[in-house]
Design a protein around this ligand. Sequence first.
Ligand code: SF4
Length: 706
Amino acid sequence: KIVDKHVAEWKYTTCGYCSTGCSIEVGLNEAGKPVATRGHAEADVNRGKLCIKGIFEHELFEAAGRGEVPLVRDKPYDSWRQTSWDSALDKMASEITRIQETYGRDSFAVVSTGQILTEEFYTLGKLVRGCIGTNNYDGNTTLCMASAVSGYKRSFGSDGPPGCYDDFEHTHCLIAWGSNLPEQHPIIYWRLKEALEKRKFPLIVVDPRVTMLAQFADMHLPITPGTDLVLLNSLMHVILAEGLEDRDYIEKHTQGIEAVEELVKQYDPVTASKICGIDEDTIRNVARLYAKAPAAMSIWTMGINQSTHGSDGVVGINNLNLVTGNIGKPGGTSLSITGQCNAMGTREWSSCSGLPGYRALENPAHRKQISEFWGVDEDFFPEKRGMFMTDIFPAIETGQIKGLWLVATNPMTSMPQSSRIRKTLEKLDFLVVQDAYQDVESTQYAHMYLPAAVWAEKEGVFTNTERRVNIVRQVVQPKAQSKADFWIFTELAKRFPNSANMTFAQSPAEAFVEMTELSKGEGRTLNISGMDHDKIEAARGIQWPYRDSDDGLKGDPRLYADGVYQTATGKANLIALPFINNNECPDDDYPFWLNSGRVVEHFHTRTRTGKIGNCNKFSPTPYMEMNPDAARDLGVKHQSYVRLVSRRGDSVVMVQLTQRVPRNMVFIPFHFHDCVNRVSLGLLDPHSRQPAFKQCAVRVEPIDQG
Ligand code: SF4
């Protein structure tokens, strides 16, 4: 417990960094200034604990680089001119209209985030779909969670992680696929560790690198990058060949087993071992452990998602759980661990990929329902989704898109091939950056900057990885003239003609009521109809589904407990997944795999943690992990600088020698500007359009230190 004699009042809110969803309290001194943060002791999620990012979160409000006033200029690199909110929003609306009238409605694109409040996502979707009318609207979640979304939809007929953190306390076997919880999601790791200490069960980590989680594992499977599908198919081969599957579950609740059985015959452990690098006995042992466990679960993060076959990897994990009957039961699940604090909120309510509440543009009934609810002509909606974020940037290059609005996202650092992104942004007729921090790298190329409030300068909700909706309460007023994103969206909406027939909520709480109305319906999993802001705060988070008729403050901990899925037949899809090796593999010219990931101190592109004292002090600079044997071959020394070269560009980085990476791999944390994404690969998964950040080929050139 933090005892701070300067704290006069503690205010409840939810952490604004990762998707774990920790309940926090921010301590204010007598002058109302945030001076401390602590975990809420009774919160189900974190039970009083916080990681280093959460502990120093109160420093965010006054961190360097906050924007204070709206700014405009005629072209990038000119001096900024301060302007009023009215003038800025008038200009923004007129520029959007001019671009759309000249080049077509879809020539203006919007890319948002996973970091604003759910009510803000809902309102932005209403503005974009109902007033602006562009179909090129997506979120930066395409860089991190799109493969999970796609995989869930293909397997279960709908998005939504079916499990929860409590599953750690019931499982008998856990496989972590490309997920390094102690650094990415420290409090979820702490929950797992508590469960492991109470009940010993096998923890199996599949990761090409000896991550921190791998160090604590019972078995570490150092897989060849990009070959997860081969291992998954081989596990299925063993399970089906040895009769370890749950035949009753397969027959009652799934469809498609015949094609899967046929395909996985090719993936016997001997053959698979040669491709994925895991020996045949280990494959057999893991398959038996998983299938024979009374309940088994898989978790995954970017190691699966950020791949040219990320969506197939997710479906492969779902296949494994479906054939062993491990969905919807305590300890048996497929749980994708999401990234940003409200990546789930954007999936659920933003309309990026369709219409709010997991509705699809492709479904005429959904279009009709939302057009009537919002008061928009149904013909105004497109009949299929537009471009993903990763397709929007190439469309700027070709001149198809002329204007772009970035909301709390920083593609200059987060997108692959950042040198190319710089030239792309320079081509825009009109770029608006809306962010709490004026100094984000993407603002350099903007024509307009809108200062947004940070998370706990506003009110609303986030949804975490386990579908728990938690409240964000306002701790302090927005800094200077910065405004809540909600206010910016509703004010901008007034400047478009369609808004005359629409009603926009006056507050996030009112918008939440609209969302609850839209979530009602027989058989809907995304049902929040029984929730309101006060109930959510009282419970310190409620999981959906949670219906009008539910008693108490607990939603359903798991989806599909009744074995009924969101497909037309109600049965889950088992899908045969042939492995096609489309990775950029090492060769004579580029002999190393490049892997990227995270460090515990930083969040995303460091727009926030790069300015927080202890986070930045502990991890101030980028570095590249390299195996000492490989370094010796090249004459590279510990802490020397090298040039990292790929087919896309180069980057200079300091070397850290470690046995964490195998001899043919180097690893760099992705958070730093002008570093790993100068060389990373832009190939996309065909289903999710998510980039393969984690596998490409590079060479290392020593730099003469003399
Ligand atoms: Fe915040 Fe995530 Fe850390 Fe919890 S684990 S304190 S949600 S950053």
